[in-house]
Design a protein around this ligand. Structure first.
Ligand code: ADP
Ligand code: ADP
Length: 228
């Protein structure tokens, strides 16, 4: 498998580069093993979004390097996909159309696309929902579509940015369990970002806490979770 490594990764926003309390992230050293489920927690402003933007290739480190396996991540990369807090789905397209979107852009032939979409919808518990319009779905179902859209691309690394935070407790628990099942079945590497420590402890094998753009804690979840 391909491990994810960050070596001395630093990003500073705008004028803060010269400020005494610089806004941004790093220098950060982090290694995520292939197949690992890592939760990143931290209060607002601790650098979680900056980290995800760097991992997703939306921002480039000003210093340091991010590697997936033996190749650097230098921009949007087919080996990884991001699921965001509020699913940015196309409301006028069908569920299948939304899941197929990335596959169409990759130029996957229609038959293969159809098979991949159907398989992925099954994986997220939306079998038979392909022809439905997204605006008819519940919040939880929309997040499932969002997850399916990411998984259809068969990424090695799945990045999740507070994917369940807009959902009610029960739906969040159900989807979290399903995500664990998918992680287990697909053997993908997961980086799950949340400000909810409880969620991080329930989901992650390992928890990294950020504070002020630096790693304040990095430990196996079982060492932190007395209730588990
Ligand atoms: P989190 O996601 O944990 O809330 P962020 O990564 O958004 O944290 O922010 C990390 C730091 O960078 C904070 O000090 C924040 O104010 C600053 N920051 C984030 N985005 C910007 C931006 N676009 N311009 C300037 N500063 C920013
Ligand atoms: P729209 O373009 O309105 O979203 P479509 O359902 O025609 O509507 O979506 C087109 C994409 O979805 C195509 O890439 C097609 O391969 C895929 N697709 C459509 N229906 C299915 C289905 N039932 N199962 C799997 N994939 C489908």
């Amino acid at each position: 498998g391909e491990s994810l490594t960050l070596g001395g990764v630093t990003y500073r926003y705008g004028r803060s580069r010269t400020a005494t309390t610089p806004a941004g992230l790093g220098p950060l050293d982090l290694r995520v093993e292939a197949g690992e489920f890592l939760c990143v927690v931290g209060p607002s402003g601790s650098g979680k979004s900056t980290l995800l933007s760097l991992l997703a290739g939306f921002l480039r480190p000003q210093v340091g390097e991010i590697r997936l396996g033996d190749r650097p991540v230098t921009g949007p990369d087919p080996r990884l996909t991001l699921v965001q807090q509020e699913a940015a789905l196309f409301p006028w397209r069908t569920v299948a159309g939304n899941v197929a979107f990335g596959l169409e852009r990759l130029g996957l032939p229609r038959a293969e696309r159809g098979a991949r979409v159907a398989e992925t919808l099954r994986l997220v518990g939306l079998e038979g929902y392909g022809p439905r319009r997204v605006h008819e779905l519940s919040g939880g179902q929309r997040q499932r579509v969002s997850l399916a859209r990411a998984l259809a691309l068969q990424p090695r690394l799945l990045l999740l940015d507070e994917p369940f935070s807009a959902l009610d407790d029960r739906t969040r628990t159900v989807l979290a369990d399903e995500l664990l099942g998918i992680w287990w079945a697909r053997k993908i590497t997961v980086v799950f970002v949340t400000h909810n420590l409880e969620e991080a402890l329930a989901l992650g094998q390992r928890v990294v806490a950020l504070r002020g753009g630096e790693v304040a804690l990095d430990a196996p979840a079982r060492e932190l979770n007395v209730a588990r």
